[in-house]
Design a protein around this ligand. Structure first.
Ligand code: SF4
Ligand code: SF4
Length: 447
């Protein structure tokens, strides 16, 4: 718990009334809501203007299936009314100096340019004095044209471009509805982004096919794409992910242990899809990527996995929710206005409210959502609690905790063995980088 939250919690050691009228003592799950009365509130909402609808059909996409999820949001476009309600409540709810809109999908550009023109106008309408508004658009890049780019440039959007590597790597899984490759279309979109001078970063999904090619991918992103801000996300999809969350899955049947063959992709009874990255390959990928980066690109190329480690070793918070002790401050709003605990937990069990309830901030700070965030650390197996990398890893994302430990404890992260390999490999160098940064800071502070 952060110091302001701790203070708010301690100061408010009083009873509260639950919505059903029950009187009970305040506990730590009330702290964020109590702290909101006396300090700035910051949270993040990922918006889905077209839900899971997409113009292409990536094999590994975890979101395409939401339109068929029983009890889920279905498939439709966000209405103008929902859009305005969202923007108004979000801008009123975040009382810190900065509010960031992340438009994601599916493919968010399918909602059409007029939707975003209206979004920008509404943001101006509802902005408080001195409130900074950022817009991020995560896209597959295939629909970018001159008109879009002129708009994105004018309104300073940050574009996240999904690209998995050079042509033969990218086209393995990122195909259109007819199974045709998309690489050439992404490169066309990239050329337009560059022509218009639009800020962009790259998002590369690391899967079973490309995980053994980290150097090819890194060199391609750096030298051919010109990416200076690279994000890498491991693809981990347990087989039943289309129907239920991993927590529901774990209750339905005991998970394999880390040492069982079913814990790896490719086994006929594997717990994960064939395209999921092998955990050892994830470790290999990160280690080789790190070696390349550390040789000549520290301070020049931002790689999300490495920068977050540096931040943590500088004593700062993790820049990625997956490596934070707790999470829960990044919710998702679907096209119909329904709110979910996280983009990775868009399942009926994790529907936390609706914009029609009238107060987005209250929903994000409510006990159930705070408990969701605390569960990240509270549900860690003993094996993680005793791990020497705990303060770097924090058990990674709960969505990936689909294994049991060798002694049978549930809740072990699928990526564990790769993460351990990476931490053991990279931390000595990370500590040297951090020592250098501290020394420079000290020198700079001298008169
Ligand atoms: S569930 Fe995973 S992706 Fe979602 S906020 Fe928590 S750590 Fe992040
Ligand atoms: S490296 Fe493995 S054991 Fe250690 S905290 Fe992460 S998931 Fe848990």
């Amino acid at each position: 718990m952060s110091a302001p939250l701790q203070d708010a919690w301690s100061a408010a050691r009083v009873a509260v009334l639950d919505p059903d009228g029950t009187r009970r003592a305040v506990d730590k799950y009330d702290a964020p809501a109590l702290a909101a009365n006396s300090g700035p509130v910051n949270f993040h909402v990922m918006a889905k203007p077209v839900g899971s609808i997409c113009n292409i059909d990536c094999t590994y996409c975890f979101y395409l299936h939401k339109e068929h999820l029983p009890g889920g949001p279905g498939a439709a476009r966000m209405s103008d009314e929902t859009q305005e309600t969202f923007i108004r409540q979000y801008m009123a709810g975040v009382t810190g100096p900065e509010v960031t809109f992340t438009w994601q999908g599916g493919e968010p550009m399918l909602r059409g340019l007029d939707f975003y023109r209206r979004a920008v106008a509404l943001q101006k309408k509802y902005a408080r004095p001195k409130q900074t508004v950022n817009n991020d658009l995560q896209t597959n890049g295939t629909l970018l044209d001159e008109e879009w780019c002129a708009f994105l440039k004018e309104h300073k959007f940050l574009v996240g471009l999904s690209i998995d590597g050079p042509r033969e790597i990218h086209d393995q899984y990122r195909v259109d509805k007819g199974g045709q490759p998309t690489f050439h279309r992404v490169m066309h979109g990239l050329a337009l982004l560059k022509k218009f001078g639009i800020r962009f970063n790259t998002l590369t999904c690391v899967n079973r096919h490309n995980a053994r090619k980290p150097v090819d991918i890194y060199k391609f992103l750096r030298d051919e794409i010109g990416s200076t801000y690279m994000q890498f996300a491991p693809i981990v999809e347990y087989r039943a992910f289309k129907q239920r969350s991993v927590q529901a899955q774990n209750q339905a049947q005991p998970a394999p242990r880390e040492c069982d063959p079913e814990s790896r992709p490719g086994h006929p009874n594997s717990i994960v899809t064939d395209w999921s990255v092998d955990p050892e390959d994830w470790g290999y990928f990160l280690c080789r990527l790190f070696d390349r980066w550390v040789q000549r690109d520290v301070g020049k190329i931002y790689v999300n996995q490495f920068e977050t480690l540096i931040a943590q070793h500088l004593g700062e918070p993790s820049q990625m929710c997956v490596y934070s002790e707790n999470c829960g401050k990044a919710v998702a709003v679907e096209h119909d206005g329904s709110l979910y605990s996280c983009d990775h937990f868009v399942y009926p069990d994790y529907r936390i409210g609706h914009l029609a309830d009238g107060n987005l901030r209250q929903t994000v700070l409510a006990r159930d959502q705070v408990k969701f965030g605390y569960a990240k650390s509270e549900m860690l197996p003993q094996y993680c609690r005793q791990c020497s990398f705990l303060s770097d890893c924090w058990g990674e994302c709960p969505k990936n905790r689909i294994l049991r430990t060798a002694t049978g404890e549930p809740g072990l992260n699928y990526l564990c063995r790769g993460l351990k390999t990476f931490y053991a490999h990279a931390l000595p160098q990370i500590d040297r980088i951090v020592a250098g940064l501290r020394a420079n800071k000290t020198k700079g502070a001298r008169p």
